[in-house]
Ligand binder design. Structure first.
Ligand SMILES: Cc1cc2nc3c(=O)[nH]c(=O)nc-3n(C[C@H](O)[C@H](O)[C@H](O)COP(=O)(O)O)c2cc1C
Ligand code: SF4
Ligand code: SF4
Length: 256
């Protein structure tokens, strides 16, 4: 079984590729499940592993997925193995250890963790932008073989971490992540520029149902995962985050 959260399509693309090799259904954590995780009941058939697929956010687990893991209900055998596949632009820090702690707190059995490098989606700070077309092509080209290797390790029962931690990994996860979570995840700077054609796509696609339309224009509420789906899917590049995104690109490679 695969349980997948994806903001802008990378983790979904990886989950789809993985589903060619892993037995069981794929559960997409979207809208209803994200907003009300306690209403989610997943029954894991005997002898199936649970493979969690999600992006890394500031070298940690997306807060919405932390909430989901802690509140959802799962019926599984005590011996069911859980695996993590993190998608990242570059590196994951010790995000997988956070996941191990969360899964352990639920009394489940965390086993192997992996990372898959995918096109970067984070554009909200100075120095961060989408990848060049060449880098996107290289990452997308390498993805299927990497996922096949991950799937084969899962089938072997790999019980270690096979992730790109990056430099200063401990500092990034233990110090930068909590700071980012507290001070850099506000949806308040989101607004639509004059390029907005009032199509409503951002509102319809938001996985948190956080965008309403007023007088034809999108208005952001406070229930945001900072997944950047609204930003990357806008057909006229009209979603802005303060002035941080003025000269930034949009992700075009995988579907949201
Ligand atoms: C809020 C946010 C924080 C991110 N932080 C990191 C990070 O710490 N390290 C990294 O390599 N990529 C980071 N990224 C990039 C994503 O993890 C990466 O592009 C991922 O594949 C996106 O998956 P998705 O398309 O399924 O949402 C971040 C993206 C967002 C939106
Ligand atoms: S997706 Fe873009 S163009 Fe469409 S309503 Fe939202 S901001 Fe406006
Ligand atoms: S408002 Fe935008 S960034 Fe926030 S959850 Fe919705 S789509 Fe994602």
């Amino acid at each position: 079984m695969i349980i997948c959260f994806s903001g802008t399509g990378n983790s979904r693309a990886v989950a789809r590729e993985l589903s060619r090799y892993i037995t069981g259904e794929t559960v997409e954590v979207e809208k209803g499940l994200l907003l009300d995780p306690a209403s989610c009941v997943i029954e894991v058939p005997e002898n199936e592993a649970v493979v969690w697929v999600m992006p890394v956010y500031s070298w940690g687990i997306p807060p919405v997925m932390e909430r989901f893991i802690m509140k959802m209900k799962m019926k599984c055998a005590p011996t069911t193995d859980h695996f993590l596949v993190l998608t990242c632009g570059d590196d994951t820090g010790y995000a997988d250890n956070q996941w191990r702690r969360l899964v352990g707190r639920r009394g489940w059995n965390p086993r192997g963790s992996f990372s898959v490098q995918m096109p970067n989606t984070y554009v909200l700070m100075k120095g961060f932008d989408v990848d060049s077309p060449e880098v996107v092509a290289a990452k997308m080209g390498a993805m299927p073989a990497r996922v096949e290797a991950v799937a084969s390790a899962i089938k072997r029962g790999f019980a270690d971490s096979d992730v790109v931690r990056g430099s200063w990994a401990w500092v990034k996860t233990a110090i930068v992540y909590p700071y980012f979570r507290r001070f850099c995840m506000s949806p308040r700077p989101f607004h639509a520029t004059d390029a907005c054609i009032t199509c409503g796509l951002c509102a319809r696609s938001c996985p948190m149902e956080n965008i309403g339309m007023a007088d034809g224009r999108p208005r952001w509420g406070n229930r945001c995962a900072l997944c950047l789906r609204c930003y990357h899917t806008c057909p006229t590049h009209a979603v802005a985050y303060g002035s941080a995104t003025a000269a930034k690109g949009q992700k075009t490679d995988t579907q949201s």
